[in-house]
Design a protein around this ligand. Structure first.
Ligand SMILES: [Zn+2]
Length: 294
């Protein structure tokens, strides 16, 4: 499918839409309040919004992709669990949106869409295995093989819920001691509140560089990344999200620690780590790109 496609990135608060041209350029990025376009009382109304957006673009739209911040059925048609938008839980969203949009609407997990956007934007290899890890409010991950999402039995890829020995923090998933509670924006907020209430969150890394707490944060992140690299041996490891984009985030120290913890000489020496550019429209780009490729 090489026509025009629309990409949607659905978050708890906002939804971004964008148009991908056959030449691979992203156009007409718009941001809505989620409640306006996908209200809890009638989430399928988003299909009307997609149809109207396509009409406004005045080009023939072949399909749309929509990134959902939660768990989908293996065939990606039914929403299983979206903690930030529980009104979506149990809905056959793909079919309902497609009917109202008038063109096929594909669903995917939002982290998969992010990595899809990075694959396209960073011109990453279309062959082999690509691993993406995104540290934002939480900790998300995705894997592509030959430019398609790699799917397990439940289509899950949840590095954020890797259990950490000794940690007793209750996780949003209901378990105790998940990695997301140690490596995430939420963890940084908790550290700030507990240790450095006078410091603005945006200044945390420059102001507290060298503190044992931030050193442990980076070390735990490196352990998780190196573990994934040893397990999957990716062609490329993409690291992104709001946390590595923060001012003063020790990217070089993290990369050095990942290499140190990887097996030697490979993949430690051969690892290609690239940083996501972290643009706001990456998820919408990935959604449109995956709709085009599928
Ligand atoms: Zn968890």
């Amino acid at each position: 499918m090489k026509g025009y496609t629309v990409g949607a990135d659905v978050g708890g608060t906002h939804v971004r839409l964008a148009l991908l041209t056959p030449e691979g350029e992203l156009r007409r990025v718009v941001k809505y309040r989620r409640e306006e376009v996908m209200p809890d009382g009638d989430p399928f109304r988003f299909g009307d919004v997609l149809r109207q957006y396509a009409e406004d673009c005045a080009v023939p739209v072949a399909a749309a992709g929509t990134g959902i911040p939660g768990t989908l059925s293996r065939d990606c048609r039914t929403v299983l669990n979206v903690p930030n938008i529980p009104a979506l839980n149990g809905l056959e969203l793909a079919d309902g949106l497609s009917r109202r949009a008038g063109f096929p609407v594909k669903l995917e997990n939002d982290t998969v869409m992010l990595l899809g956007g990075d694959l396209h934007r960073l011109s990453l290899p279309r062959r082999g295995l690509i691993l993406g890890v995104y540290v934002g409010t939480g900790l998300g991950s995705a894997v592509f093989y030959d430019a398609r999402p790699l799917r397990g039995a439940n289509s899950l890829n949840e590095l954020g819920h890797f259990p950490i020995p000794g940690s007793r923090v209750k996780c949003t998933c209901g378990n105790v001691g998940c990695a997301e509670n140690l490596v995430s924006g939420r963890r940084l907020q908790a550290l700030r509140a507990e240790k450095w209430p006078e410091t603005h969150i945006a200044e945390l890394f420059p102001a507290m560089a060298g503190s044992p707490e931030l050193a442990e944060f980076v070390d735990t992140a490196a352990c998780l990344l190196a573990g994934c690299v040893n397990l999957l041996d990716p062609e490329v490891l993409v690291v992104g999200g709001g946390v590595p984009a923060m001012r003063g985030f020790p990217r070089e120290a993290l990369e050095a620690a990942v290499r140190e913890k990887c097996m030697h000489p490979r993949p430690a020496d051969s690892l290609r780590l690239v940083w996501s550019q972290g643009a706001d429209d990456t998820g919408a780009l990935g959604a449109a790109w995956l709709a085009r490729e599928s």
